[in-house]
Design a protein around this ligand. Structure first.
Ligand SMILES: NC(=O)c1ccc[n+]([C@@H]2O[C@H](COP(=O)([O-])OP(=O)(O)OC[C@H]3O[C@@H](n4cnc5c(N)ncnc54)[C@H](O)[C@@H]3O)[C@@H](O)[C@H]2O)c1
Length: 312
């Protein structure tokens, strides 16, 4: 009933292709011979991905696309269809994260998280699925998260957006299967990307701004220099290419995501117990201790050492 997947795509469109998992996925598909349509809200970073692909002898084009803009999606679909034809694969990857408890989110915070992570994916499917259905050919890959299996009180809007992406993908998969269009939800575990340090923190009683800025810089440099050794975005990209090949349904990538997937099915209470240890109250208490230590200049010294080691 479900399609066979696409082994050697000719044309692949990726959102959020200017960084992290999106860039790694673009490079992987390009290596397999696909022409890449590299889109991002930050068009310079999308163009840099094109440059990296061309440097390796591949073919790619960059476009500015804010995935929250439904009209822009439709304009892009029209342009792409006339200039290149219908993509064989579209990877709805663009995303961002907001950290902080639900009580700390404003309505605007919540709506923004849903607009980028959920509506961005839905908009992409609305623009491109009809073209694929018409051709009776195509694979849609939506990037969810391992946090789609874990009720994590520190990132409720992120968890809800990613769980919704997973369920939306499952519904769409059933609907498009008779049209020979596949739909996959990828649920990555941790990848060392800018997402880990560029996310918005809405917690109101967290670290003081100055401590947070310095710590984020240290963590960011660490993620950039050491992260790829143990949490490479390319590992996730490999999972995406493989899932496209076999039209996977819901595919966790990395051990921690598989663990969340299985334990949430077999023993959901255990997941609640573990995830429940990290509440906004506890995180804020840790932040307060950190701020007090910073006042005593202990954190200052720790950060200074970390800065000198990482070069942040
Ligand atoms: N890094 C992880 O640990 C991890 C884990 C699970 C899932 N994910 C998911 O993987 C996807 C890629 O994240 P990443 O880790 O590579 O992060 P990243 O920050 O490195 O890349 C995200 C890209 O999305 C772009 N983007 C953000 N808002 C956009 C918008 N409105 N329109 C178009 N582009 C926009 C950014 O400019 C950036 O290039 C996201 O959906 C994220 O939620 C990441």
């Amino acid at each position: 009933m479900f399609g066979k997947g696409i082994k050697n795509p000719r044309l692949v469109l990726v959102t959020g292709a200017g960084s992290g998992i999106g860039r790694a996925t673009s490079l992987r598909f390009a290596k397999k011979g696909a022409t890449i349509l590299s889109t991002d809200i930050n068009v310079e970073s999308a163009a840099e991905t094109v440059r990296l692909i061309e440097e390796k002898g591949g073919r790619a084009f960059s476009y500015r696309l804010d995935v929250t803009d439904n009209d822009a999606w439709h304009a892009l679909a029209k342009q792409v269809d006339s200039e290149h034809g219908t993509p064989d694969v579209i990877v709805n990857n663009a995303g961002m994260g907001i950290g902080g408890g639900f009580l700390e989110h404003t309505k605007a915070d919540w709506d923004f998280q849903m607009a980028v992570n959920l509506d961005g994916v839905v908009n992409g499917c609305r623009a491109f699925a009809p073209l694929m259905v018409e051709k009776k050919h195509g694979q849609i890959v939506n990037i969810s998260s391992g946090l789609a299996f874990i009720p994590f009180a520190l990132t409720p809007s992120y968890c809800v957006s990613k769980t919704a992406v997973r369920m939306f993908s499952e519904c769409l998969r059933q609907e498009l299967a008779p049209h020979k269009v596949g739909v996959t939800a990828i649920c990555p575990g941790v990848a060392a990307t800018k997402l880990l340090t560029s996310g918005k923190v809405v917690s109101k009683t967290g670290f003081d701004a100055e401590v947070q800025d310095r710590a984020q810089k240290v963590v960011g440099t660490f993620v950039e220099k050491v992260g790829p050794l143990f949490a490479s975005p390319d590992y996730i990209a490999r999972g995406i290419v493989r899932a496209t090949k076999y039209n996977g349904g819901v595919i966790p990538v990395r051990p921690e995501s598989w663990l969340g997937y299985w334990v949430s099915r077999i023993a959901p209470g255990a997941v609640r117990l573990v995830a429940g240890q990290l509440t906004p109250n506890r995180a804020n208490a840790v932040a307060n201790v950190g701020n007090n230590l910073a006042a005593d200049s202990v954190v200052d010294r720790v950060l200074a050492v970390a800065e000198s080691v990482t070069g942040a």
